[in-house]
Each structure stands twice: as C-alpha cells, then as structure tokens.
Design a protein around this ligand. Structure first.
Ligand code: HEM
Length: 495
C-alpha cells in the first residue's frame, strides 16, 4: 500500500494554499492524487482528493460509474423548499428540468445553442440572436460610459477648484464594462431584472444576490463552514424570490417568459411546482450568463495582459495594440477565446462525489500496488486549471497558435468535459442521464465574449497605466482599469 501524504485543516484550503500543496506534493513528484482531510470543529470529517493531470481530470469528468454530482445538491440546493440546482444528481429532477428548458428554447423563434459553429465562423461570424443581443448590450454600455466620461460635472468642478487639468476619465474594464454588459443580457435574454438606479448598480446588486451561491460551491465543499452555508442559504432565497417575482411579468421572448408560457400544460395544482422548476433553471442560467461570462471576460483580459507579446518599453496596452489583438481574435474567435480562457478561467476546479469505494494508482507511471483508497462520500476535486496547463499536453507555456489549439480542442477543460464536434451530435440537447456535463452555454458564452472584445474598439484611447495591474477577486471577477478619452464618441457599428 502506498504512503498517503497527510494534510489537513478545519476547512477546504484557500486557493493559494491549495496551489502550494499541489505543486509541492503532486505535480513536481508526478503523483496522480493528493488527499486533504477536512476536520471541522463540528460535524463529520471529509476527505478531498485532488486530481491534476489533464488525462485524469478528463476521464473523471466522464466517470459516471464511480462518481456523481451530489455535491451540487448539497452546496447549491439553497434556494428554499424544493430547490435543486440545475446540475442535480437526482435523475428525475434533472430530466424534468432539461425537458422544460428544451421546450422553452424550442418555442418560435427557436434559440439555437450552437450559435457560431458554422463553417464560415470567423471575422463576420453570425452569432444569431445571442450575437444581436450581445451587440446591443455592448453598444448601450459603451454609450453610457462615453456619455458619463464627457458629462461628469462633479469631476470637472473638483478639478476646477484645485486648478488642475481634468484627467482623462478612467473606467474599469471589468466592473464598468464587462459586468454591465452581462447584466444587460441577464435582463434581455434570461428575463431577470433587479431594481437599481442604473445598469451598473443593478449589475452590482445581482452579483451580490447570486455570488454567495457560487462562492459557497467552490470554497465550502461539503458545507463544512456553517456560517458561509447559512449566509449563502439566506441570500440564495432572496435570489430565488426575485426570480419568481420577475416570472409574473417576464417578457414572453425571454427564457423566463418562455418558461411561463409552458404553464397551460400543467394542471392548477402543478403550477407552483412548475414555477419552482423554472426558478431553479433560471438560478443557474442567469448566474452563468452574468457571473461566469463576466469573470470569463476578466480572465481573457488578464491573459491578454500577461501573455500577448506587447512592446515592453511602452506602459499599458495602447489602443492600437489592443485593436490588433482583437483583429487577430476575430480571425479565429473560437480558438483564441478558448486559448485565453485556458490560461485564466473562472472555473479552476470542479467537484465530484464518490458514489462507491474505489482505488486510484498514486503515481502517473502506474504501479498497481501503490494506490489511494477512495471511500464512498469522499470528494474528488478535479483541478481543471492545473490540467489546462499540464505540460505533457500543452508543452508551450505561452499562448498556442490557433491551429495548434484546434488540434487540442478535446484537451481544453475550462468548459468542463469537452464537447467535441457538437454539430455531429445526435441531439441538440444534452442527455440528462449521460455521466458528463459539458457546459451547455459555451457557444453563447464565446459569442458574448467575442462581441465584448470587439466593443472595446469603440474607445479611441484604451490605455492601461501599467501592465500587470489586474487585481483578481473571486466575487467580482477582478478589476483592470483602462483610460478612455472623453472626446471619443461611440460608433454605431462594431463590425
Ligand atoms: C452563457 C453563459 C453560460 C451558460 C448559460 C452556462 C450554462 C451551463 C449549464 C446549464 C451547465 C450544466 C450542463 C449540464 O448539466 O449538462 C454548465 C456547465 C458548466 N459550465 Fe457553463 N454556462 C455558461 C458560461 C460558462 C463559462 C463562461 C464557463 C467558464 C469558462 C462555464 C463553465 C462551465 C463548466 C466547467 C461546467 C461543467 C460543470 C461540471 O461538470 O460540474 N460556463 N454551464
């Protein structure tokens, strides 16, 4: 029997500690698994087995025999009675939720999820309805940002008083631009709105409402920190109530409105059950559109900052440089966006629960007698972030060329289990009983992210102060300032 490395703590280790432990005990020593024991003050201990190699993570994401997704039910079934997270381990719930979502998407005009996956996908990619909505979102946000940069009276008077030259307006390209665009999409596409004085304050409120649910999932597996679970429960109930409030008046073309239009199929005593299903679906879809796409955009900007070959002598990323990068993205949007996300993804790891006892060989160069025992109920933490940089697969530590990325598509894990050749799949919709759960919204997400990048060309003076100024933050995706010139006016076409 192989020696198990012992590491423990009262709760799941924070990212920095996790990274240190894994680099030290695992990747450097060619180990396949590293076990961490959570020993909380109250309640049962929990074993978390970290897995980092690309091959192992991909295999475990498809392993429905040994693993299930009940961790989602534990961490995210927080919206009150009968709430289940969309990606539930309960087969009957899962089947019902998918069936209702599919019917809603199939209503005319049909909402295609494989948007952008056409042979002509490229510079003039037609992303269908989601592309049009994303373009509206970008234009509205740019217009607001540019307008406020021109007419910020308080700034002007403050600078007049101090007899200083008015500075060039600074905006935060994650908070003021990225998060606002994704909020707009939550309103117009998903059908969920929150009250607030403007788009920016509404976006902040929405983030506050849905953030704890995602936060709890990733930093509190097994709900071993009761205070975090309690806060998450409380706020998630508010989030669900807000969805149910919007359900009544949702515009019929939005996802929520489409789900409401299914109501006549159900007898009066089944209506409230349908509303709960609808709310569960929207809790995840709205969360992913806003939270994951917003943080994904932050990741892309971070990758551009860290990895694109920009002239070192100039501080910041000038508008000209930025436009060149965006042009290159447009030549191969899918490959470039995936490559940026591979380096900095909002989803760094995914949990699975062992549904029975089994063993894993400890060393990558397999020695069948050197094993770690996995017990029913233990967690596997599949480190997609590490696996995405596994140098046995991605030998180039920088950015891969689009052609190279295309060949490696089946190794990219930031959208979960890879969805290879989607157009060839037998069904447009995932099979709820299948063990693997590739991201359902990934085609929409890429389209939105591409439009967001294109939108940045509307500012004729993008200029970051210094490179490497990105500050990450798990709740809001991070922050990255850029300066825009007040003389700039939004152009009405992004082309
Ligand atoms: C339009 C935005 C998005 C929507 C609507 C969306 C929706 C979903 C849904 C419904 C699932 C569950 C699939 C299933 O149960 O079969 C899922 C899974 C997943 N999504 Fe997304 N998503 C979006 C954006 C993103 C982004 C930007 C990322 C990260 C880059 C991401 C990462 C993932 C991952 C890693 C999984 C797999 C989870 C697992 O296997 O446990 N998603 N997504």
């Amino acid at each position: 029997m192989g020696k198990e490395i012992k590491a423990h703590g009262m709760s799941f280790p924070m990212k920095a500690v996790q990274s240190g432990l894994i680099t030290h005990h695992m990747t450097a020593k060619n180990k396949r698994v590293f076990t961490y024991n959570i020993k909380p003050l109250l309640g049962k201990p929990l074993k978390v087995h970290f897995i980092a190699s690309n091959k192992d993570v991909a295999n475990f994401l498809r392993d429905g025999e040994n693993l299930d997704l009940s961790n989602y039910d534990l961490s995210l079934g927080t919206g009150g009675a009968n709430s289940n997270f969309f990606i539930s381990a309960q087969k009957s719930v899962l089947k019902e939720q998918w069936s209702r979502l599919n019917q809603a998407l199939d209503m005319e005009p049909r909402l295609d999820r494989f948007t952008g996956e056409t042979p002509s996908f490229g510079k003039d990619a037609d992303y269908g309805f989601i592309g049009d909505l994303a373009e509206d979102a970008v234009n509205v946000t740019c217009a607001k940002l540019l307008e406020s940069s021109i007419s910020d009276a308080s700034l002007n008077s403050r600078y007049k008083f101090w007899k200083k030259k008015r500075p060039v307006q600074e905006i935060d390209i994650i908070q003021d631009y990225g998060n606002v665009i994704t909020y707009y999409l939550v309103e117009k596409f998903v059908g969920l709105t929150v009250e607030g004085k403007d788009l920016s304050s509404k976006a902040k409120k929405l983030r506050f409402m849905m953030g704890p649910m995602f936060f709890n999932l990733f930093i509190n597996p097994g709900a071993k920190r009761p205070l975090i679970s309690w806060v998450s429960n409380l706020i998630s109930k508010k989030y669900k109530r807000q969805i149910l409030k919007c359900y009544e008046t949702a515009s019929p073309d939005t996802l929520l409105g489409r789900l409401k239009r299914l109501e006549p199929q159900y007898s009066p005593e089944k209506i409230s059950e349908h509303q709960t299903y609808a709310a569960n679906i929207i809790m995840e879809i709205a969360g992913s559109v806003h939270f994951l796409t917003g943080s994904g955009f932050a990741g892309i900007i971070k990758s551009i900052d860290e990895l694109e070959d920009l002239p070192k002598e100039e501080p910041g990323i000038s508008n000209t440089q930025f436009c060149k990068i965006i042009d290159r993205v447009s030549e191969n949007p899918r490959e470039k966006i995936d490559e940026y996300l591979r380096h900095n993804s909002p989803t760094d790891f995914i949990f699975r629960t062992a549904r029975k006892d089994f063993t894993i060989n400890t060393l990558i160069s397999s020695n069948p007698t050197d094993v770690v025992n996995i017990k029913k109920g233990d967690l596997l933490c599949l480190l997609t972030g590490f696996a995405s940089k596994d140098n046995s697969v991605f030998s180039n530590p920088g950015l891969n060329e689009p052609n190279q990325s295309k060949c490696l598509r089946h190794k990219y894990l930031h959208f979960g289990s890879p969805d290879i050749n989607p157009a060839k799949r037998r069904s447009l919709y995932p099979d709820p009983s299948a063990p693997h759960h590739p991201c359902f919204g990934q085609y929409w997400a890429r389209a939105i992210l591409h439009k967001m990048l294109l939108g940045l060309r509307q500012f004729d003076g993008i200029h970051t102060e210094t490179r490497g100024q990105f500050k990450s933050n798990p709740l809001n995706g991070g922050t990255y300032k850029m300066r825009i010139r007040p003389s700039n006016l939004p152009s009405d076409k992004m082309s």
